[in-house]
Design a protein around this ligand. Structure first.
Ligand code: GUN
Length: 621
């Protein structure tokens, strides 16, 4: 996978198949090889890039079997783009044993020219016992290992019922395959058990090889797409567009409606302007099914496009937050999703402002990271003062009071922010400054958070209007040092005797200069970009491997001249790297080549093989 854009575990990415590239997230419509009633140009006009069909059905039917072997799968299905084939596992789940072995069905998929070939995995049921699910996970892995991959894209489904550790084990083992579907989930999708799905997807994803496309088998209803993508799913297949159509039901991104129950088709629907719902009800069934299938396909791709736009602008979390209210089962899924901490995958800042609705918004990974920092920030022996909103609110402060407290004390200074407490000095950094808030703080939560902070440092009190008069420190120097502590995860002061240059028009910090050298500049999101001088300092302050990627000498020579670091040249790296944060590019002897911004988190760094890993902004040369 090559990553184009990302938001935590969600990504817009591309991968190659023998019949062309696929840009994810996307949906593969299920094509029935017996009756394919949507032609390629219609499918493509809806945004379809790839389709999925069932090799078991083709193999069992003499006519289809011969046709596929003689002319190839692409001719049989009449689709020239990437085609994935499934193996018959689902049929064995529904009807019991099937008549082919794993090897036979895989060889058949190879012979007919499938682009993505699925092994005959063993379906684990949601209510299965742990031991039984475990042996199916192991058997599925054995079946993967008995296959000769040749140069094919083999899909190795992740099984494991609803047991988190089995999903993790299975995802780890099956990552030997180049493509990772998450299987055994259809019964959960059908019964709206979305919070179990969240658990399954999260555990499968975090134990998988991140360079593998992740597919949710059978997850074809658009109401759950955004949740799944947010947890790292790249592809879906959909039989639902046709199944629901046959049942006179319409898909919408928030749910399903019966043709019988609606007054009008929405304007985006391909049926709009052609039929009224009443007229369509009386149309002959084949035509009606076709029209409803087109409506459903449209709905699916509208949702996929919206999700991609959301990843691009970094608001997928908000979108999921919004969608959570469209069904109680989705709300429950959202509430279980926010219990998983994905802050390790979260970028330093987001393109869009932070939306605060109520205390639930505080589960956003970027807030979890700031809360962890706050707890670390006060875990010293110093006195901590909380400045109330009377003196400081986002964007509004009583300059004189705040300046007096900052410059005449050496206290840890916190401010109240949306019902939690955060360091005052992050006031210009994302998301403190780029905030759109309802202002609906939760008093109980605020009290509880204060208790938690007091358990770390009991010496905390609220500012009561005292005036201090001994000048001890400089406001801006404190600010840049606190930002550096947060950004570089350090406990010492990064800047010393700096000359801080501010913008004349906005008053914001711009450049930080020491001994006539620029050490750092302030980005628009209130975080620091290091110059090469600054990078040398970070290198000396952070013990190896902190915030480093190690590259081979050949790459290093390029990086030293300011060229980007590609994944394939990375030899080792720090797992604590944060996407969008400063990252040091060094040799195996820890000599600095360059400094740049990481494209992915340190946890993911290992997996990717193509694309830019660190966007270099200055090399040593
Ligand atoms: N289709 C729906 N679920 C599954 C599954 O678990 N495995 C396979 N191979 N196909 C599926």
């Amino acid at each position: 996978m090559e990553i184009l854009f990302r938001e935590n575990l969600a990504r817009i990415a591309r991968f190659k198949t023998p019949h062309g590239e696929i840009e994810t997230p996307t949906v593969m419509p299920v094509i029935n090889p017996n009756l394919n009633f949507l032609d390629e140009s219609t499918l493509r006009s809806y945004g379809v890039q790839a389709v999925i069909t069932n090799s078991y059905i083709i193999k069992r039917n003499q006519r289809l079997n011969e046709d596929a072997l003689r002319h190839g799968l692409h001719s049989l299905i009449k689709f020239s783009g990437p085609i994935m084939t499934d193996s018959g596992t689902f049929q064995s789940h529904v009807y019991g044993d099937i008549e082919y072995s794993n090897k036979e069905i895989v060889d058949f998929q190879k012979a007919i020219g499938s682009d993505i070939i699925t092994i005959l995995d063993v379906f684990t049921e949601p209510d299965e016992s742990y031991n039984s699910a475990r042996s199916k996970v192991i058997e599925t892995y054995k079946r993967l290992k008995e296959i000769d991959f040749e140069d094919k894209i083999i899909a190795g489904p992740v099984q494991g019922s609803i047991y988190p550790d089995l999903r993790r084990l299975s995802a780890y083992l099956m990552s030997d395959a180049l493509y990772l579907p998450i299987g055994g989930v259809v019964p959960l999708l059908e019964s709206y058990r979305y919070s179990d799905l969240v658990k399954i997807i999260f555990n499968s994803k975090v134990s998988s090889d991140f360079s593998r496309p992740v597919h949710l088998f059978g997850g074809g209803h658009p109401m759950f797409f955004a949740f799944a993508v947010m947890l790292g799913v790249d592809l879906f297949d959909s039989a639902s567009y046709i199944k629901y159509a046959k049942d006179n039901r319409l898909l919408y991104s928030e749910g399903t409606r019966a043709l019988n129950d609606i007054r009008e088709f929405p304007e985006w629907s391909p049926i709009h302007g052609k039929y009224t719902p009443q007229e369509l009800l009386h149309e002959e069934s084949e035509k009606r099914t076709r029209m409803l299938a087109l409506h459903n396909l449209k709905s699916i791709f509208i949702e996929i496009n919206e999700i991609k736009e959301r990843i691009y602008e970094n608001t997928l979390y908000n979108y999921v937050e919004e969608k959570a209210r469209s069904h109680p089962a989705l709300f429950k899924a959202f509430m279980s999703m926010i219990n998983y901490d994905t802050s390790d995958y979260s970028p330093l800042s987001y393109k869009s402002p932070f939306f605060y609705y109520d205390k639930t918004s505080l589960n956003h990974p970027i807030i979890k990271r700031i809360m962890k920092f706050t707890e670390n920030y006060i875990s010293n022996s110093r006195h901590t003062l909380i400045i109330s909103s009377k003196y400081w609110r986002p964007g509004v402060k009583n300059e004189n009071v705040i300046k007096n407290i900052v410059e005449c004390t050496d206290f840890n200074l916190l401010v109240s922010w949306n019902g939690i407490y955060i360091p005052l000095f992050l006031e210009d950094s994302y998301p403190v400054q780029q905030l759109v808030s309802s202002g609906l703080n939760d008093k109980k939560l605020e009290e509880d958070y204060l208790k938690r902070l007091k358990s770390i440092n009991n010496d905390i009190e609220f500012y009561e209007g005292e005036h201090y008069d001994k000048r001890l420190r400089d406001y801006d120097t404190e600010k840049i040092n606190t930002i550096a502590m947060f950004q570089f995860n350090i406990n010492e002061r990064f800047f010393d005797k700096s000359n801080i240059i501010k913008s004349k028009s906005t008053g914001h910090i711009r450049n930080i200069i020491e001994d006539n050298n620029i050490i750092a500049t302030m980005r628009n999101d209130g975080y620091l970009t290091l110059s090469i001088k600054g990078a040398y300092r970070l290198l000396s302050m952070k013990p190896w491997p902190g915030l480093r990627v190690v590259v081979d000498d050949e790459s290093g020579r390029f990086n030293a001249n300011g060229y980007n670091v590609f994944f394939k040249f990375i030899k080792s790296f720090d797992t604590g790297i944060i996407p969008g944060n400063e990252t040091l590019v060094v040799s195996e002897d820890d000599d600095l080549y360059a400094v740049g911004k990481a494209a992915v988190s340190g946890i993911e760094m290992y997996y990717y093989k193509s694309g830019v890993a660190v966007k270099v902004h200055e090399g040593v040369n």
